[in-house]
Design a protein. Structure first.
Length: 135
């Protein structure tokens, strides 16, 4: 949308065994004003983001995860349409498959847990392909 946004995130990870890990993160999201010409510009409020996830490795190629993710905006009107959406929480079950060394296919589904988020969407598919450099 032509704006400059930024995010700062702190991530912590605990790995009690070779096959299980727990991750926690907290972050701050800065959103700049959206230029919606010819309509008026809109200032998306800043937010605090948090997440808690558990992952389970099944062999060397498969990883299953479950993540709870929340956004808490500094104002309730996060868009001109959705004006009562200050607190959004979703649950994301996911799977990761290392197709070949360093090439990873990731898939999951976001499930909205708050009524305010269900105004925007109930489910959202998440798919990604990642090449991991180094190791």
């Amino acid at each position: 949308d032509g704006t400059w946004d930024a995010e700062a995130t702190f991530i912590a990870e605990v790995r009690p065994s070779a096959w299980f890990r727990l991750m926690m993160n907290v972050g701050f999201l800065y959103h700049h004003e959206r230029n919606r010409s010819p309509r008026p510009t809109y200032d998306v409020p800043e937010a605090v983001r948090w997440g808690v996830a558990g992952t389970f490795n099944l062999g060397k190629q498969w990883l299953f995860s479950l993540e709870a993710l929340g956004y808490h905006f500094f104002r309730a009107d996060i868009t001109p349409v959705w004006t009562q959406n200050q607190h959004l929480i979703e649950l994301i079950p996911g799977v990761r498959w290392e197709i070949i060394a360093r090439l990873v296919l990731e898939a999951g589904v976001g499930i909205s847990l708050t009524p305010q988020l269900r105004e925007i969407w109930a489910f959202r598919p998440l798919v990604g392909l990642t090449y991991e450099f180094g190791r």
